[in-house]
Design a protein around this ligand. Structure first.
Ligand SMILES: C[S@@+](CC[C@H](N)C(=O)[O-])C[C@H]1O[C@@H](n2cnc3c(N)ncnc32)[C@H](O)[C@@H]1O
Length: 195
């Protein structure tokens, strides 16, 4: 397959590479806030970890460098995840699987709503789900019920726009992004009012 062909396939699976600086920026601020006991997170999962022949998985790499051990899964067989060919949305969830302290990723955009529900089913009570998403994820009438019911605890808005193509480091996205932090058991509507 040509590199153009591979690029298209990746795009089809919503594969983009999160720049490491963006993850560091979030983690620095998250830690500084001291609102969450981040350092005690041991069971960490990235369910759409990405990576490919050319690029490492962004979140596991950054977190590994900071001393955390991260389990990595991805749908694509050409990802660098420990478990490939895993469709996160097709996994059964049950009490015995609700063990994660934190699930963190940049999920496929078109599946982000389903991903957040699935991830919340897989963290322990008080566990964190952290997703990178476009800032306008907060909008849209079709997501109103979701925002009125999800345990959103904080939104870290990145004022500097990221780019997701490592081949074009100077090309940034046309929209701002944020790390959305959900905490299982946190009251819905506590930090955000969607009307
Ligand atoms: C936007 S990319 C982000 C990749 C990586 N998390 C990062 O931040 O660089 C989304 C990733 O989700 C994977 N993916 C798409 N659908 C999936 C699914 N149903 N289950 C698991 N992974 C999926 C894609 O293969 C791709 O690697």
């Amino acid at each position: 397959m040509s590199s153009t062909g591979r690029g298209y396939e990746r795009h089809a699976d919503d594969y983009y590479v999160t720049p490491h600086w963006l993850i560091h920026e979030f983690l620095d601020e998250f830690k500084k806030d001291g609102l969450w006991d981040f350092d005690s997170c041991v069971d960490i999962l990235d369910p759409s970890a990405g990576g490919c022949e050319k690029y490492p998985m962004s979140y596991p790499t950054v977190l590994n460098n900071r001393g955390f051990n991260v389990e990595s899964w991805d749908l694509r067989e050409d990802s660098r995840a420990e478990r490939k060919g895993i469709n996160f949305l097709q996994l059964n969830t049950g009490l015995e699987l609700n063990q994660y302290d934190m699930i963190i990723t940049n999920p496929p955009f078109k599946l982000s709503q389903q991903f957040v529900y699935q991830a919340l089913n897989m963290v322990r009570s008080g566990g964190l789900v952290i997703f990178l998403q476009r800032l306008n994820w907060l909008g849209s009438a079709k997501r109103k019920t979701m925002w009125q019911t999800l345990p959103l605890a904080s939104v870290y808005v990145h004022s500097k726009r990221p780019g997701f193509d490592p081949e074009k480091p100077n090309k940034t996205d046309s929209i701002e992004y944020a790390h959305f932090v959900f905490c299982k058991g946190y009251p819905a509507n506590a930090e955000l009012l969607v009307i």
